[in-house]
Design a protein around this ligand. Structure first.
Ligand SMILES: [Zn+2]
Length: 622
């Protein structure tokens, strides 16, 4: 037997997660050519350790024949690589992701046949991003009747998943585990029938699209933090049933962006990561993707990545394709992931099929506040953050009141307050948020009396905000802005029962949250993250990932180096860098005595850190 030694089949994989590569039907078809397959597989598996491969049977009406499927399966089996099936239910991806129609009998029949066909080959089958419908044919319009498209499609796809996919697949192969992969546009799912409420109950597993790509030059404008948050959100929907995260190499201006997506997926503690896809893994590394900050030993160090890889048989291989970017990125984190506990964050609630202040939680995460998004109202939290999406819960005002009456703080956004006007929120505090806007670039806080001392902090750019109107002495400004000599609340608060309701003013353009001065962000963090043993001080676009065992990660997405401070509970006297071993000592922070505002804050320990561009540091608190 001739053995080609590659580190994927001779060495163990990564310690803390499994790596899978997804293969589209188009490439599975090419696998009928053994030479084509062998050379490409060798190239991939020399550069990244792969435990599993997904072999797709169908995409864009391309169906892989039985002989090719079996040949491909056998190839990987003989190399000790696990195989699973994949299905993409598209008619034509290039035509605005044209999906199947789920009301026409012949189209439904085809969906069912594909599920049955795939289940014959595999004990695990995953559906790629497209098990939704955007069909507005005559048949669908008729079937919709008086329902909204969202309502109609959620019901339609709940039924289709059950009757056309899961049941038929299991009838053919009772052992098959059917997994539905959900993409990154969670806020809009209901519009095309992705059903986060019903489907996770009968699919054996779910899976998470953690690809966020470029936050600026893509239509979606997804924030980097979502690669972490969306995995946590889906994990909260199906605890221990969220099989992994999934990242492609698309739409990036610098290669660090690819690494960041992989890292954040693993920082969310995903047990598996899928690399999309076989074809992208053999695409060449492009020098055009070298970030301007390279050469400063940043977390993704291009020159380090390009160093030859030593294989177990002693031969050296020069990195050549994107598989190496993945492999190198994994090597940067595998050593410490096992030391991280369970992720924790400020609990926030997004009811099923809700929409409002879209994807806002990710912007809050990018402001250095760890978020944890749940599909049910969190009952055991000591601080809850609620954005406009929470309005979809008809009992939301009662639930907020219950928290306040129990003496707990709740923070809601200006968008949620506005949506709940006339629906009982005035029972807690009478504010008015109407259509008037102010433009501001100056901020001050009553707590530290910046304003009285004439100290104001300026935002990077002018910001347009909704004007919050309140009744004097009934509720209070915590952070204020100035606009043409008058001002409006940025953070406002009102007492109710034993608790305090905070209202956070959200700029019309969420991107302006990043323009807020560090001092303003610090105070918002101090209120929102008061229960956490560490919190960040510094500018936006630096994120914190915090775990329940005194470990945390701080990661900058800024293109230049940045100074930040970690404010920790007093019991923590030093931080140990889990990568370099370096110890960082802290200094005691004694809060100033105050004439106004809440009781004097507890003493803390402060740690000053420098973060390189697009880099993270991971610490254990001691
Ligand atoms: Zn249709």
């Amino acid at each position: 037997m001739v053995m080609t030694l590659t580190f994927a089949n001779s060495a163990k994989g990564y310690q803390n997660f499994k790596v899978a590569v997804y293969t589209r039907a188009q490439e599975v078809n090419q696998m009928s050519d053994a030479n084509w397959l062998e050379s490409r597989w060798n190239e991939i598996s020399r550069q990244v350790k792969v435990d599993k491969i997904y072999l797709e049977t169908h995409r864009d009406v391309v169906l892989v024949d039985e002989e090719t499927m079996n040949k491909a399966k056998e190839f990987f089996k003989s190399r000790g690589v696990e195989t699973a099936g994949g299905i993409t239910y598209t008619i034509m991806e290039s035509n605005r992701f044209q999906t199947f129609c789920y009301t026409k009998p012949e189209s439904r029949m085809r969906v069912k046949e594909i599920a049955e066909y795939t289940a014959k080959f595999f004990d695990e089958v995953i559906l790629d991003d497209f098990f939704f419908t955007s069909c507005k044919c005559e048949s669908c319009i008729k079937a919709k009747g008086d329902k909204s498209w969202s309502e109609f499609r959620v019901e339609l796809m709940r039924e289709a998943g059950q009757n056309l996919v899961v049941k038929p697949a299991k009838a053919v192969n009772p052992k098959v585990k059917v997994v539905i992969k959900y993409p990154n546009w969670y806020e809009h799912f209901q519009g095309c029938g992705f059903d986060l409420e019903g489907q996770p109950k009968y699919f054996d597993g779910i899976y998470t699209g953690t690809e966020t790509r470029d936050p600026v030059f893509t239509d979606q404008h997804l924030q980097q933090y979502e690669s972490y948050l969306v995995f946590r959100y889906f994990e909260n929907i199906k605890p221990k049933g969220n099989g992994g995260g999934w990242v492609d190499t698309g739409a990036m201006r610098y290669m660090d962006r690819y690494a960041e997506q992989l890292w954040l997926t693993m920082f969310a503690k995903a047990p598996e990561i899928t690399l999309f896809d076989f074809r992208q893994m053999v695409s060449p590394i492009r020098e055009g993707l070298i970030g301007a900050w390279q050469g400063q030993q940043t977390s993704f160090d291009y020159n380090e990545m390009m160093k030859p890889i030593k294989l177990p048989d002693g031969t050296e291989v020069a990195p050549s394709t994107m598989a190496r970017a993945a492999g190198y990125s994994f090597e940067q984190i595998d050593g410490f992931l096992g030391e991280l506990g369970n992720p924790v964050g400020i609990k926030s609630y997004k009811p099923y099929h809700s929409v409002g202040e879209e994807f806002l939680h990710n912007y809050i995460g990018m402001c250095g506040i760890p978020m944890d998004l749940l599909p049910e109202f969190p009952v055991d939290a000591n601080m809850i953050f609620l954005a406009e999406t929470a309005k979809f819960d008809k009992q939301i005002v009662e639930k907020i009141k219950r928290e306040l009456m129990a003496g707990k703080p709740v923070m809601i956004t200006s968008g949620l307050y506005k949506a709940l006007q006339g629906k009982g929120i005035e029972d807690i505090v009478e504010l008015r948020i109407e259509d008037q806007k102010a433009t501001t670039s100056e901020f001050w806080s009553r707590r530290s009396l910046w304003g009285r001392q004439g100290v104001v902090f300026k935002s990077k750019e002018p910001i347009i905000i909704p004007e919050i109107k309140y009744l004097t002495n009934d509720s209070w400004e915590e952070i204020s802005c100035l606009a043409s000599g008058i001002g409006y609340p940025i953070l406002h608060s009102a007492d109710y029962g034993g608790g305090r309701l905070y209202i956070l003013t959200i700029p019309d353009n969420f991107g302006d949250l990043y323009n807020l001065p560090a001092e303003v962000l610090n105070q918002i963090r101090e209120v929102l993250a008061r229960e956490m043993y560490v919190r960040l001080e510094g500018p936006s676009q630096v994120a914190m990932f915090v775990y329940d065992n005194d470990t945390f990660i701080v990661e900058s997405f800024l293109p230049e180096a940045v100074d930040v401070k970690i404010v920790a509970d007093k019991r923590i006297s030093k931080l140990r860098d889990l990568v370099s071993g370096e110890e960082v000592s802290g200094e005691l922070i004694t809060p100033p005595t105050r004439r106004f505002g809440p009781a004097v804050a507890p003493e803390k320990t402060g740690f000053n850190l420098k973060l390189k561009p697009h880099s993270f540091r991971v610490f254990k608190c001691e």
